[in-house]
Ligand binder design. Sequence first.
Ligand code: LRH
Ligand code: MN
Ligand code: MN
Length: 386
Amino acid sequence: MTELAAVKAALKTQAVETPSWAYGNSGTRFKVFAQQGVPRTPREKLEDAAQVHAFTGVAPTVALHIPWDKVDDYAALAKFAEERGVKLGAINSNTFQDDDYKLGSICHPDAAVRRKAVDHLLECVDIMDATGSRDLKLWFADGTNYPGQDDLRARQDRLAEGLAEVYGRLGDGQRMLLEYKFFEPAFYSTDVPDWGTAYAHCLKLGEKAQVVVDTGHHAPGTNIEFIVATLLREGKLGGFDFNSRFYADDDLMVGAADPFQLFRIMYEVVRGAGFSPEVAFMLDQCHNIEAKIPAIIRSVMNVQEATAKALLVDREALAVAQASGDVLEANAVLMDAYNTDVRPLLAEVRGEMGLDADPMGAYRRSGWAEKIVAERVGGEQAGWGA
Ligand code: LRH
Ligand code: MN
Ligand code: MN
């Protein structure tokens, strides 16, 4: 295989998971701007996700968030998805929207609240059994607002205990992905604030526990690709929640704010694990002012562009420059790949996959947007403006 053929083959096998909550109405804590035609049910979210996959060819799975996507029969939901050409992906737990969780969930000082939180996580594993999902994605809003409010170490003990119970319930081939975030909604301390804390818990739990990197969950200036490289080296990178940010957890389209950072991250992935299915590429975004489906298509394309550039890095030339201490040349090799216009290459890849070379245009011309505006009245809110 020529080098270019190998790059194309890799691009065809990449899979980006889209989040059910990105299809519904969302906003900030100030205002949700409702859009016409947005899904009213989990099934309608899956119909929209199927459109993203139909036009990009690389978005075959959809993450659910429970209870936002609560249904009576999850096996039937999985079947509905498959009939439309997509599969259900990660199950995201939600232990942050009930009044009971004011002081935390799995780290709460009251054992009864902790029980409720852990029971919810166990219920999520039941759902995974029904849907055939591999990953349980955990993010905890737990933390404190004031020094002295609770015992920081005791909260870690409670976290470890709760996680261990859920870990013990995982079946063969199921994984637990632990997500960290440096602040918000808690402002003084957060119980899983960084990759180190997530890594320490996952290491103790065992092989089925992996860290998930949400690109919006770091302090400004953090070198995320270093975290990615380190977790890959340790065999502990379970996946990504991709989005982009200018300030905090902005949940904007991935690659919009800083495409160069996305490229640097993807370079560490392709030189580390390649496209091992162990690393899940998930989007975690909310489209507050832009149309949902085209925004998600754009994000998928942005991931593809960053990946294509990462795959084009001349690794041999880079290694030579690095070994000889040629700082400028090493940097130039990386920048050469980043500065390549990969859009024609991706158009070719799409053509070879039997797709329209222009997914955005093809979606626009498909009439789906008009159809859902006409058919769906009263779309639902994602549940939370994050
Ligand atoms: C938290 C988070 C987490 C949630 C999602 C809605 O900020 O990134 O992944 O599940 O947003
Ligand atoms: Mn996330
Ligand atoms: Mn987030």
